[in-house]
Design a protein around this ligand. Sequence first.
Ligand code: 2P0
Length: 348
Amino acid sequence: MDAIYKATVTAPVNIATLKYWGKRDVALNLPTNSSISVTLSQNDLRTTTTASASLLYTEDELYLNGSKEDVSSKRIQTLFRELRALRKAEEDKQTGSLVPLSKYYLRIVSENNFPTAAGLASSAAGFAALVKAVAELYQLPQSNEELSILARQGSGSACRSLFGGYVAWEMGSKADGSDSKAVQIAPYEHWPEMKAAILVVSAERKDTPSTSGMQLTVKTSSLFKERVNSVVPQRFEQMKKSILEKDFETFAHLTMADSNQFHATCLDSYPPIFYLNDVSRAAIRLVEDINKVAGEVVAAYTFDAGPNAVIYYLAQNEQLVLGPLRAALKNLPAWKEESHSHIQELMS
Ligand code: 2P0
């Protein structure tokens, strides 16, 4: 009986606080700006992936939440090819002592513990888990930063899910993408008081997929040019500093401003892209009210390519933030109509 070689890993979702939106190279997934995210804890939203290789397998296969997915996409093929090449290099180095896994077919079995493609960064956790699982199966010596370059080619935001805590994706400047990678700004333990809650407004698949949405924005939005050239470079440094200094007020202001500007560039695209809905906009007003009543900034909202809000706050302000949110949303007709809508606390 032929052996099956296996490795299982998990990768958490990351939520951008400084948004990636726009590619300067579509094939290599090179972004038009650097971005920053907070990685959720492994206990929250995550993908668990088992990668296996065996002579028994007759083709490369990928299963996501129990259903067989197409592996012929360029992104998947690139990852398989690059990971095999890295394994092959190790096999060549250690002549004859390693099982030639680079020649075996792969089977990837992946499960999300949250809705796929509802603006919950499922591709980020998914591709990060795929790269981590195969790297572990192949016992590759590459660092997480090096693996992030691979994950980026699966999905841009996936490179940031290789690290926990506070993470930057440095856009890089090289044409081959070898310096467009994720680095950790600070581990989770640096600022453990940081909490997040997600308002699941809708678990439906999003309208405009990120990849085509951002291409449309790059092509048609004039506000976008201003954003990448003049706004984000400054914000990137300011946000990093606010994280290192645990300055919640600055972090929160930058996070909300960046979410708003990202959605403004979506609206400025032609035809316009709408990711926020009535509940999303109500959540923005509620957070603004909560901060006003508190007399200081105690909560920050951010939205990705979908209507679900992620609210950041510090542990000591949990009641101050979540109490009014729960009370107000309960009475909102649009919130009640959505059977999936709920508030989920994260990073606890
Ligand atoms: C982000 N988003 O920084 C931004 C904010 C959505 C809004 O990264 O084409 O799925 O696979 O590189 O990574 C979503 O884009 O796009 C995303 P691809 P991805 O998290």
